[in-house]
Design a protein around this ligand. Structure first.
Ligand code: GLY
Length: 386
């Protein structure tokens, strides 16, 4: 059964697939998305920190450049989405405070500060007292922190819902189905077959299926993106109006060597995350996961245990071997990758849409995406594997 041909078919309707489809459609390409539930995916769970500076890890300096570029595009991107859709994205330019709890945590944070400074990033060291002046709900035991005014936040659920509307307004067609298999015809990606046997055909196919990207049937074994699921458990609490403002900015913390973050939204939601677990496809919310998050958040902000706990959820980050995304030609003609965004999918949404649309429309991968081609993992198509 055949149903429709497009210039571009995007597999995956999470924020990365949606932004790619929207931007491709804006460039005049007839574009379709295949996903049983567009607007779902890891963004349903993510906190939405736009944290190029405070999410920096050793050895990720190349990724930092892409993260900063996407952060730079965020104001224009958010304004454009809101203007087109009328949706408020919960984009808050509130800054971030990154704090340390005990002496070891403070030593660790000092090292992170030195790394941030070596990378030329704006980050100011504060005493514990100065941290509490900014955020009075912080525990008296906080030993010091970093004020990073450039790390902001967005509500990923609102972003995903708005991108669905942006796609619809731009003429993107949605096929609400599972892409069961990539179809390869004469050595070229030709489309997908969905779970009900429908064949969707396209000139170019984009694999943007998050953590599922690494196991789509039909992709030649040697070219399957090395993407794996990394579980994150996240809590949502509600700050009653009488308690507001509970926190005025995102607070990230190192708590006895572990990491926790608290993301306060303007509507009173407080997101607390996240565990990081290599447990395959498991998305169970566990007592241990909830306990650890609440324990660390409580040490940091004791008043948190007064708040109603409204939601517990686990999602799967699409992890890659170097923690950076795979953007660009897959090695199979007609198949392009936009996956492996790991901890930075929401942050990297604007730049991913831009570079993918340019590649799909003009055949050229922009400079800023070139360090992130899938070929860096040595994917080479052997003739016999097609
Ligand atoms: N970027 C936050 C997380 O992955 O938990």
């Amino acid at each position: 059964m055949s149903s429709g041909t497009s210039d571009v078919l995007v597999i995956g309707g999470g924020v990365i697939g949606l932004v790619t489809a929207w931007r491709a459609a804006q460039r005049g390409l007839a574009t379709a998305v295949v996903d049983p539930e567009p607007g779902g995916g890891a963004a349903r769970v993510a906190a939405g920190m736009l944290a190029a500076v405070t999410e920096l890890h050793y050895g990720e300096e190349t990724l930092l450049a892409l993260n900063l570029e996407s952060a730079r595009r965020y104001p224009g991107f958010a304004a454009e989405v809101t203007e087109l859709t009328g949706h408020d994205l919960g984009y808050r330019r509130c800054g971030t405070l990154q704090v340390a709890l005990d002496a070891d945590d403070r030593a660790h944070l000092r090292e992170l500060h030195a790394l941030q400074e070596r990378c030329g990033l704006e980050s100011e060291w504060l005493s514990g007292r100065e941290c509490r002046r900014l955020e009075p709900m912080l525990s008296p035991v906080v030993r010091g922190g970093l004020r990073v005014d450039g790390d902001h936040q967005i509500d990923p659920r609102r972003l995903a819902a708005a991108l669905v509307v942006a796609c619809e307004r731009s003429g993107v067609v949605f096929h609400r189905a599972w892409a069961e298999r990539l179809d390869v015809v004469r050595g070229r990606a030709a489309g997908v077959t969905t779970a009900d046997g429908t064949e969707l055909r396209a000139g170019q196919v984009v694999l943007a299926a998050g953590s599922l990207s690494g196991r789509l049937a039909g992709v030649p074994e040697a070219l399957l993106p090395p993407v794996r699921p990394v579980k994150g458990q996240v809590l949502r609490l509600a700050v009653p109006r009488a308690y507001a403002p509970f926190l005025s900015r995102t607070v990230r913390a190192i708590v006895r060597g572990g990491h926790v973050y608290l993301v306060p939204r303007e509507n009173g939601e407080l997101v607390v995350g996240a565990t990081s677990e290599e447990l395959g496809w498991d998305t169970t919310v566990t007592a241990g996961g909830v306990y650890e998050l609440l324990r660390d958040a409580h040490e940091l902000v004791p008043g948190i245990t007064e708040l109603p706990l409204t939601e517990t959820r686990a999602g799967l980050r699409p992890g890659s071997p170097d923690n950076a995304p795979l953007l660009g030609p897959s090695g199979l003609e007609g198949l392009v990758l936009a996956t492996g965004h790991y901890r930075n999918g929401v942050l990297l949404t604007p730049v991913t849409g831009d570079v993918l649309a340019r590649l799909l429309a003009d055949g050229e991968l922009p400079e800023e995406a070139r360090p992130f081609t899938p070929q860096r993992f040595g994917a080479v198509l052997q003739e016999q594997s097609v």
